[in-house]
Design a protein around this ligand. Structure first.
Ligand code: KIV
Length: 278
């Protein structure tokens, strides 16, 4: 086991031989598995809302829900950088509210840093967070919290003016002090240009191979979330049928009294049957 990855280490991975790996996590046991497998960063994404809490979007997710799960992930992680995702409404009202909520991720949930969505419009908050000692990862391209305004879950930056804005937003985040930026659903060549345009690492999801790193939603890449799978996801395992088969075996074996067997039960020399006639 190596040392805990810091924001500084993460930033220094930019442009190096090693490409950054990042996965989402929402609980301590999965965080522990992913951490022991050697992933660089764990994002407690607000995808929590859809993947774990059963909402149709990330919009209803609250600060309390995020802190609850982020705390569990921090406790399950030894090495990976832990990033808490600021939910919708937690950084839109005022700079004071943004800083107060960002601080809670570090103070109450033990996260190393936070992530928030948006470009130039969030930079005042980013600057204030960084000044307050809260490291910030940006998130550009398809920003699920405001997907409605972007015309739904679609590839972003397809025309030149949207592409120009994406590059400007990435530069603005860097200037405000962000240490990295997620690029979601962006054409590969544009993600490559953004990666060249900034000195901070870019982490792609549906943004091609030219980013400094890649992130996926763990439940998607393990085949645990069956509702829908975005086309940019590579499924490394298809665990849903495996889980269902295991549960079917469990219920069958209970019915047939195959489970629990002697090795799963506590034996005793005592004859407790005498209790029935006392
Ligand atoms: O909430 C999340 O899981 C995310 C990733 C998809 C980057 O923001």
């Amino acid at each position: 086991m190596g040392n805990k990855i810091t924001v500084k280490d993460f930033r220094e991975m930019k442009g190096g031989e090693h490409k950054i790996s990042m996965l989402t996590a929402y609980d301590a046991s999965m965080a522990c598995l992913l951490d022991e497998a050697g992933v660089d960063a764990l994002l407690v994404g607000d995808s929590l809302g859809m993947v774990v809490l059963g909402y149709d979007s990330t919009v209803p997710v609250t600060m309390e829900q995020m802190l609850h799960h982020a705390g569990a992930v921090s406790r399950g992680t030894k090495q990976a950088l832990v990033i808490g995702d600021m939910p919708f409404g937690s950084y839109q009202v005022s700079v004071e509210q943004t800083v107060a909520n960002g601080v809670r991720f570090l103070k109450e949930a033990g996260c190393d840093c936070i992530k928030l969505e948006g470009g130039e419009e969030v930079c005042e908050g980013v600057l204030a967070l960084v000044r307050a000692g809260v490291p910030v990862m940006g998130h550009l391209g398809l920003t699920p919290q405001t997907a409605g305004q972007l015309g739904g879950f679609k590839v972003q930056g397809r025309d030149m003016s949207a592409a120009r804005k994406l590059v400007a937003d990435a530069r603005a985040l860097e200037a405000a002090g962000a240490f990295a930026v997620v690029l979601e659903c962006v054409p590969e060549p544009l993600a490559g240009v953004v990666t060249e345009a900034v000195t901070i690492p870019t982490i792609g999801i549906g943004a091609g191979a030219d980013c400094d790193g890649q992130v996926l939603v763990t439940n998607d890449m393990l085949g645990l979330f069956e509702k829908f799978t975005p086309c940019f996801v590579k499924q490394y395992l298809n665990l849903a049928p495996v889980v269902k088969e295991a549960v079917q075996s469990f219920t069958r074996e209970i019915d047939s009294k195959k489970f629990p067997a002697a090795e799963h039960s506590f034996g005793s020399e005592e004859d407790y049957r005498s209790l029935l006639i006392e």
